[in-house]
Design a protein around this ligand. Structure first.
Ligand code: GLN
Length: 440
């Protein structure tokens, strides 16, 4: 398949005489679905009208707290943190992670061997795959999935195996993220002698599902039975609503030694561009991952590690996560009122800052002037483009979170991010009412 290869080559050749590239690129880009333009670049604010309200890529339109940016400033004006960090991460940040998260894992974490600071959660995950996957090892991924997992697994020789989160049945008029369900027979059937890992993303992007203790227990039992490594992607751990419980699978009996938990300063402190994340796990997982990470990025940017440390050091006394959670719950409730008023079906998220709307009823003309980037993709790409252009509200097509074979499921949904200030959310709610004439 060389749609991507052609498009890159034709970009150079500008037209129909496709000559092979002078220097052919690696086939892993095709296998890792990296050639089709990524959804974040297509629905980037830079490509949309300047007055379009951005509810697409998940980043905030407000700054990190002043007491955290002050720590960043101070670090920038100090010699040490302008230079390389230890590849494990700066001691102050590892200490802060130990203090804040240790109790949540019921452990006295060893900041030398059980914590690794990474260049965003993404790099941490990539390094785990590099450290643990042999060619052909299978990684179980619940679908829909955060799009970056696929290339990260494939680039490291792994093979993704998809297990569905089944969408709520059409009879449920007001579904919540808990109505996206796992069939445990299917999960068990997906395990083969080559299965090495399972990724458990809770709270889940893009569904907002907060995996229940019962679900996690069954996953843990399977991981133990088949000796699987569990990657617990918990980057939205501070965003669990409605008094639901965020359960860490690493805390279950027999799970610490096989689980690596992923965290993110970006999500916690409204600082997604800082690219500061971390991994928590046993030395037997952290140490090979450190070996990989050191040879991929060497270390993570230093000044912002100091700032993230200042953040974690103070969250408890400032009750920062408690206050932030209340704010987010208000943001969620404000934003979803748009769908209630429109009478469209959506999944009320119990966690994260994402909400899925059923977009199958949005009508748009087939001959709408769509850009090339959304043609030949799922219907939801065109729906999102149309909504951005006509309504002035951007969102993300959910088929991007499905493998090619299952894209037809994802095509029915579009994802909005509500990590925005209340005024913007209210403006979004009003604008979205203009969708009415386009709903079948
Ligand atoms: N996690 C962010 C989201 O889902 C996007 C991260 C990225 O752009 N790679 O919106």
């Amino acid at each position: 398949m060389s749609q991507g290869q052609n498009s890159i080559t034709s970009g150079v050749q500008n037209g129909s005489h496709r000559k092979p590239a002078v220097i052919p690129f690696s086939s892993r880009l095709i296998e890792g679905r990296a050639l089709a333009q990524d959804v974040w670049s297509i629905f980037n604010a830079a490509n949309l009208p300047s007055d379009c309200l951005n509810f697409g890529q998940g980043y905030m339109n407000f700054a990190p707290p002043r007491w955290i940016t002050a720590a960043a400033e101070e670090a920038l004006n100090t010699v040490g943190p302008n230079h390389y960090s230890h590849p494990k991460g700066r001691p102050r940040l590892r200490q802060a992670i130990k203090q804040f998260y240790g109790p949540q894992f019921n452990r006295d974490l060893d900041s030398e061997s059980e914590i690794l600071v990474t260049s965003g959660a993404n790099e941490g995950q990539y390094s785990v795959f590099t450290a643990f996957l042999e060619h052909g090892d299978e990684v179980i991924i619940f679908e829909p999935f955060f799009d970056q997992y696929l290339p990260s697994v494939v680039f490291n020789g792994g093979k993704p195996v998809y297990v569905p989160l089944h969408p709520p049945s059409r009879e449920i008029t007001k579904p919540t993220s808990n109505d996206w369900t796992i069939n445990f027979e299917e999960l068990r059937a997906s395990v083969t002698p080559r299965t090495k890992m399972i990724i458990v993303n809770t709270p889940h992007n893009p569904v907002g599902k907060v995996f229940t203790r019962a679900e996690l227990e069954k996953i843990a039992d399977l991981a133990i039975e088949f000796n699987l490594l569990v990657m617990a992607d918990e980057v939205y751990d501070c965003l669990v609503f409605d008094n639901k419980e965020h359960v860490r699978i690493a805390t279950f009996p027999g799970m610490w030694e096989r689980t690596v938990t992923v965290g993110s300063a970006g999500k916690s402190f409204a600082a997604t561009g800082w690219r500061v994340g971390w991994l928590i796990g046993p030395a037997s997982i952290i140490s090979p991952t450190l070996a990989a990470s050191t040879r991929i990025v060497f270390c993570t940017n230093s000044p912002l590690q100091e700032a993230a440390a200042a953040g974690l050091e103070q969250v408890a006394e400032r009750r920062f996560f408690e206050t932030q959670l209340k704010d987010y719950q208000e943001r969620r409730d404000t934003f979803v009122s748009a769908f209630d008023r429109l009478g469209v079906t959506y999944t009320l998220p119990e966690g994260t800052y994402f909400v899925l709307m059923d977009s199958s009823n949005i009508k748009f003309p087939d001959d709408y002037p769509f850009p090339k980037s959304v043609l030949g993709r799922g219907r939801d790409f065109r729906a999102c483009w149309f909504v951005a252009m006509e309504i002035g509200v951007s969102s993300i097509p959910v088929s991007e979170f499905y493998c090619e074979e299952h894209m037809a499921i994802g095509e029915n949904y579009i994802r909005f991010s509500f990590c925005k200030d209340l005024d913007t959310l209210k403006a979004g709610v009003e604008r979205l009412q203009n969708l009415k004439p386009y709903l079948a």
